[in-house]
Design a protein around this ligand. Sequence first.
Ligand code: DHB
Length: 396
Amino acid sequence: MNHVPVAIIGAGPAGLTLAHLLHLQGIESIVFESRTRQAVEETVRAGILEQGTLNLMRETGVGERMEREADHDEAIDIAINGDNIRIPLTELTGHRVAIYPQHEYLKDFIAKRIEDGGELLFETTVDSVENYEGDGLAQLTYTDVTGTTHQLTADYVIAADGSNSPSRQLVTADGGIRARHEYPYAWFGVLVEAPKTQKELIYATHPEGFALISTRTDTVQRYYLQCDPNDTVDMWSDDRIWEQLHLRADSPGITVSEGRIFDKAVLRFRSAVTEPMQKGRLFLAGDAAHTVPPTGAKGLNLAVADVSVLAPGLVRALKRKDTDLLNNYSKLAIPRIWKAQHFSYWMSSMLHAVPGEDHFATQRRFAELRSVLESEAGQRYLAEQYVGRDLPRFEV
Ligand code: DHB
């Protein structure tokens, strides 16, 4: 039977970043991805990279295109019922964020993986993971693109296969916790052929709900509107989208720029955290372990933070038989995950209208936002959370 030190299920941000970090330390891995390369490279996702993620890309030789093409922003705007307040992120924290969509991040890591000669199997499903508890090696069964089934042993298996991870229940069975929170709203996301409304993002709130004016390129923009979780794409005509975007996000001197809408989708809103994120030789990383709502775009950055603990843990275990860091993975990763949950929840709750909310609830929400934004300490707190903390660093 073939053997690999680390088997990684999922070619998303967690899986591909981990494979790259291991490769730099001379540790071989195989990445299994059930979707096609094209699907991975084209699925539309959120677009903010925190400074820690930017630094990791730069320091590990994957940052060149990002440096060239990403928009590096030094501020965001928050518009409360047409009253625009600027948060100078860089002045407050010394850091910028990059607008660089997740699929661009993935393209760079896929290209690097292929250039490095690492194994990355698309359209390949992992059918079972066994013997991950106790001594000996874990065993994987997988079916490749031709429909052929194979078996493989691995020292460690990482499930980085997204929020519907089939492996998660192996980790949570007897004793694990899956904490969840549902939100009474969702996002309606559109891609638009239009010039930028302004360079920086606008997070807008209004008695009718939230809108986000984000950017992509000089000619394509990304907008989101709070919608009902049960809404479908056909319920949002172009006219309704423009009416709601202008209502919620225009402010004196700023009019949301219009153009042809060429992509519409409803995005789910939920929080979940799995504790612990390890059982024996099986580990969860990224969305397989935790999901955050999109406000603040922490998902990719959290996945990168997970593997910043997991990679050195695996390197020490495989090179030096020192498993202390690896076995402390959950303990080290989870506090950051809960802080990101809190930030995403808090921003969401201030910016979204609970369906049917009354005048009291709307005005209290606006007052909470104003209280934060009218205080230098409040602005700094928000800015620090938004740009994100440095990634954890461990010697190997
Ligand atoms: C984007 C998404 C977010 O959730 C966010 O907070 C900012 C930007 C985006 O897709 O551009």
